[in-house]
Design a protein around this ligand. Sequence first.
Ligand code: NAI
Length: 269
Amino acid sequence: KGKRAFIAGVADDNGYGWAIAKSLAAAGAEILVGTWVPALNIFESSLRRGKFDESRVLPNGSLMEITKVYPLDAVFDNPEDVPEDIKANKRYAGSSKWTVQEVAESVKQDFGSIDILVHSLANGPEVTKPLLETSRKGYLAAISASSGSSISLTYIASERIIPGYGGGMSSAKAALESDTKVLAFEAGRKHKIRVNTISAGPLRSRAAKAIGFIDMMIDYSLENAPLQKELSADEVGNTAAFLVSPLASAITGAVIYVDNGLNAMGVGV
Ligand code: NAI
């Protein structure tokens, strides 16, 4: 039977979440997505109006179908956690049941269960600030939105110095990679669930453009990585599809680099 996947962090057709959805759909999975509440309207209307049709084409020529789009804000577990100003915000007030627990309950009601969970979201409100100048609030916000999960996307800034990847995002990715290992143990023993993360190279996504130095990182990788080609989101999508498939049945607790090999370099040449 086909597997059912929930991909959190899809709001356009440029990012890793979209590419992962496509690779999973191409492999026969049913696709559910979680879209950040403030981005929901534009994503759904673009989808309806056919703006993504070109990027929905799968290798066999058919179009990827998204069975359901759930509004989601991953920093709130339940309605009690939501502050008044967010509740009153008109972009949030138009949707309901978008906290993590409510979305999980809705998916359960709608479909019973899922087989695959993908965390492809991040938010560092102070990502453009150096860590030294990051406020407690900004730091905690980065950790809150950007760590946690079953398969997730991380970045080498967790373990090496990447100047410019600030606001506690490097810390959030370090937490994510550590959690990947501990969760692999706990979920593996308890439920036989595998937990992995992909350390991806630079991609010109919406989130990455907000950091401000993405073009420089892409150029740097082109110049210095073992494989001197631009990284496509599909290469990360295909790795995710592999990792959640039975082909990867003995892989858990792993950080898999999909970065044209850049992580292996000691110095640039
Ligand atoms: P993206 O912009 O396509 O995806 C980020 C998504 O997170 C957006 O759809 C945004 O709406 C959503 N989001 C933000 N805050 C949220 C919240 N509180 N609740 C729910 N959704 C929320 O960008 P991208 O780059 O594809 O990001 C996906 C993952 O890949 C992130 O974890 C990112 O850190 C990671 N990554 C990206 C790299 C890059 O160069 N683009 C490199 C390595 C990792």
